[in-house]
Design a protein around this ligand. Structure first.
Ligand code: ADP
Ligand code: MG
Length: 322
């Protein structure tokens, strides 16, 4: 079973940022309002996530670290959601199999917290601990005992950049939550709860948010909303391209092509092609299970999506030229 976990880990936990993604998504699923992230050495030495979600009961702590132990599928409706959001019940088990992990949690209503330690998947008995309601997970020395995987990790600063980008993605998609990020004991990022516009200002720059065109277009079951870089902004923040499909960050050629094309059509260049955009559509119309890390998607009607994105962005950009 440990081997199975370690193999699965190779798929799910490519690098510190992918472990961080799993932890942050769990914190969000648990209804957290404040999520703190502490990293050491780009997350290779320590990834710590502190949340104020509903917590985990003592008897469920060990279960949470088991493969296919998800508390998130209760009925058929949930199963549909699973298809959309990709809950798999193997995130924590995979991470635990390739690290030393400490899970401390205080369930809403419990008199105190419990802590369970796992050494490369070998669990210790839960012990009482002190913690406010919520969950804190510490992942030490990711891939330390799996040198074959560890050698794929890049420099600490590169791994940190990936982690920072992961926090940025999740913070843009969840502007009503507070996030903090500390790297090597230094505060890196702190965003207070607000709306998408405020969050874009905090994470992608005031200049971008101030000058960006606001989009909110709908066509049948499709809706596109958010901010796109405009030619009136002074600095082009080129690599700020954040696109979310039904709330999940995705990177997709069809999407990127349609958006760039809109810039070229209207402005005759794509120097301001930066965006934080949200596409919403019927979950039936999109397959997110293309890749374990769920960054890629496959649209049923990819031509229709392409045309919708192109026309919506062109329309919004055209207003900046008037
Ligand atoms: P999944 O998220 O797919 O259910 P995971 O392996 O990521 O699987 O997590 C296993 C289970 O552990 C979750 O279903 C949840 O019940 C519990 N869990 C993990 N992290 C948290 C957290 N931060 N707060 C509350 N419960 C958590
Ligand atoms: Mg999870």
């Amino acid at each position: 079973d440990q081997l199975v976990n370690q193999i699965a880990a190779g798929e799910v936990v490519e690098r510190p940022a992918s472990a961080l993604k799993e932890l942050l998504e769990n914190s969000l699923d648990a209804g957290s309002e404040n999520i703190g992230v502490e990293l050491i050495a780009g997350g290779t030495k320590l990834i710590k996530v502190i949340d104020d979600g509903h917590g985990i009961e003592r008897d469920d702590l060990a279960l949470a670290l088991h493969r296919h132990a998800t508390s998130k599928i209760r009925d058929f409706d949930d199963l549909q959601k699973v298809a959309t959001l990709g809950f798999r019940g193997e995130g924590l088990a995979s991470i635990a199999s390739v690290s030393r992990l400490t899970l401390t949690s205080r369930f809403d209503g419990a008199p105190h917290a419990w802590r369970v330690e796992s050494d490369h998947g070998r669990l210790h008995e839960p012990e009482p601990a002190a913690l406010a309601v919520g969950t804190t997970i510490e992942v030490h020395d990711l891939y330390y005992q799996t040198p074959a995987r560890r050698k794929f990790l890049k420099s600490d600063s590169t791994e940190f950049a990936h982690c920072e980008d992961m926090v940025t993605r999740l913070a843009l998609a969840n502007p009503d939550k507070q996030f903090t990020l500390i790297h090597n004991s230094r505060a890196n990022l702190r965003v207070m709860r607000g709306d998408v516009h405020k969050r874009c200002a905090a994470l992608l720059g005031d200049d971008f948010a101030l000058h960006a065109v606001q989009i909110d277009e709908a066509a049948g079951p499709l809706r596109l909303w958010g901010l796109a870089g405009s030619p009136t902004q002074s600095k082009a923040s080129r690599d700020a391209q954040y696109f979310f499909v039904n709330g999940r960050f995705v990177r997709d050629k069809v999407i990127a092509h349609a958006l760039r094309e809109a810039y070229r059509d209207v402005l005759h260049h794509d120097r301001h092609a930066s965006w934080c955009l949200f596409l919403e559509l019927d979950p039936e119309g999109v397959d997110v299970n293309v890749h374990p890390t769920k960054i890629e998607v496959r649209f049923r009607e990819s031509q229709a999506i392409y045309r919708f994105l192109l026309t919506s962005l062109k329309k919004a950009l055209a207003t900046t030229r008037a």
